[in-house]
Write a protein that binds this ligand. Structure first.
Ligand SMILES: [Zn+2]
Length: 149
């Protein structure tokens, strides 16, 4: 069952709106011509139990058709709107996928940069150690040269 089928009866929760499916008494309405002087031959929905004095369905067929058309037109507008929303959601979904891919690539680049920094940092530490050893050796040689001259 579609969402539209659920929404329409809520807005028109009236058995006499549009083509009636069932009468208040539970009977299926009949389509009959009118025999009155004011509406001769005009089709209408009525109930076979109408003679019992209770309240029964009565809808002019032409009015019911116009109401049905109005409902269909409104459903069509909702459907178009739903399709537009679905398309917009699809575009957003693709955009999110692109952003996630970019994020993944950035993470990989970040890891690569971290590894590079760690490598460079190790090289720098080694260079500093070698420089320290060289300077210490120079100091020792200079000191020895000074004392044993
Ligand atoms: Zn009835």
């Amino acid at each position: 069952m579609s969402a539209l089928a659920n929404t329409s009866p809520v807005e028109y929760d009236d058995a006499e709106y549009g083509i009636p499916a069932v009468c208040y008494c539970g009977e299926r309405p009949n389509l009959q011509p009118s025999f009155t002087l004011t509406n001769p031959g005009r089709l209408h929905y009525t109930c076979r139990n109408r003679e019992d004095g209770d309240y029964h369905i009565f809808n002019w067929w032409d009015e019911a058709m116009m109401e049905e058309l109005k409902t269909v037109k409104e459903d069509l507008i909702k459907l178009t709107s739903l399709n537009q929303m679905r398309e917009a959601l699809q575009r957003q979904k693709e955009e999110i996928a692109n952003i996630l891919n970019m994020h993944k690539e950035n993470q990989m680049e970040l890891e690569r940069m971290k590894a590079l920094i760690a490598y460079k940092s190790d090289g720098l530490t080694m260079e500093l150690k070698l420089t320290n050893v060289f300077v210490a050796t120079l100091v020792i040689v200079a000191t020895m040269t000074y004392f044993f001259k």
